[in-house]
Design a protein around this ligand. Sequence first.
Ligand SMILES: NC(=O)c1ccc[n+]([C@@H]2O[C@H](COP(=O)([O-])OP(=O)(O)OC[C@H]3O[C@@H](n4cnc5c(N)ncnc54)[C@H](OP(=O)(O)O)[C@@H]3O)[C@@H](O)[C@H]2O)c1
Length: 280
Amino acid sequence: MTESHTILVTGATGTVGRQVVAELLARGHAVRALTRDAGAAVFPAGVEVFQGDLTEPESLVPALEGVTGLHLITFGGAGFAPLETGPRILELARAAGVRRVTVLHGGGPSLLEDAVRADDGVDWTVLMPVEFMGNALEWADGVTASDEVREPFVGRLSAMVHEGDIGAVAAVALTEDGHAGQEYVITGPELLTVGDKVTAIAAARGRDITLVELTREQAVAQWRAAGQPEDVIGFLLEAYGNTPEVGRTVLDTVEKVTGRPARTFAQWAAEHAGAFTAGA
Ligand SMILES: NC(=O)c1ccc[n+]([C@@H]2O[C@H](COP(=O)([O-])OP(=O)(O)OC[C@H]3O[C@@H](n4cnc5c(N)ncnc54)[C@H](OP(=O)(O)O)[C@@H]3O)[C@@H](O)[C@H]2O)c1
């Protein structure tokens, strides 16, 4: 066991943050979790919960006391609005003695990420995951209701990554040397079509799923009906219809950083089979 650290995880109730918490705990570190609503948040035993809001940096001061590492998100509030408080958060972190920072890249430029990259007082690592395997949970309602997945661009390829592996890379970068100044593009171990994913989920839950291919227009109508904002619809059309090379290229980042292979989509599907099973 390496030295034990105290790490503050922001976004700790989120898809990635929960995994950063779990991976740090599994490695024997002391974990603090930030949430805007400490009363509502549920964390594993041993996690110290702090209430705070990234849009109000001073609210982080108690949580930062005695912390050696800090995991950051780049957004705060409704609609993933980019945080404008990055420079102040970094100032407070440095003053508290934080030595290592990871930041979850938000898919575009952000003031917070710029502030992290410009900070030569801390060892920073930018985490740039491709598509999360967890996005497949969007299919859970359709699958449990009608054994169907309705998607456009079903042949698109994705190197999608297990959230646990993003958490594992973060946990290592926050607690071990050798990751300062790195931008880690984090992927899964294989390229998958939508059909591959549907087949894996069907196998995991033990019941067939029909994949219905939507036209672009049908997909837009479905996303609008689900309440997706127009900018998100535009993003999805571009990401799915014209996936950039980085999103469909398998890299060995997870294995290099954590020492074990990236988790497969079949593993993810087995862990989440209950979400795709009516009455589970
Ligand atoms: N989905 C993908 O395929 C994908 C791929 C690559 C990158 N990304 C990036 O991943 C990020 C989303 O991560 P996620 O899915 O883990 O998020 P998520 O599940 O939506 O969780 C959001 C988290 O942010 C926290 N939060 C929001 N506003 C806050 C504030 N003002 N102060 C403190 N905490 C705040 C929430 O905490 P509380 O509610 O508990 O306060 C919650 O823990 C985005 O930047 C996205 O661009 C996503």
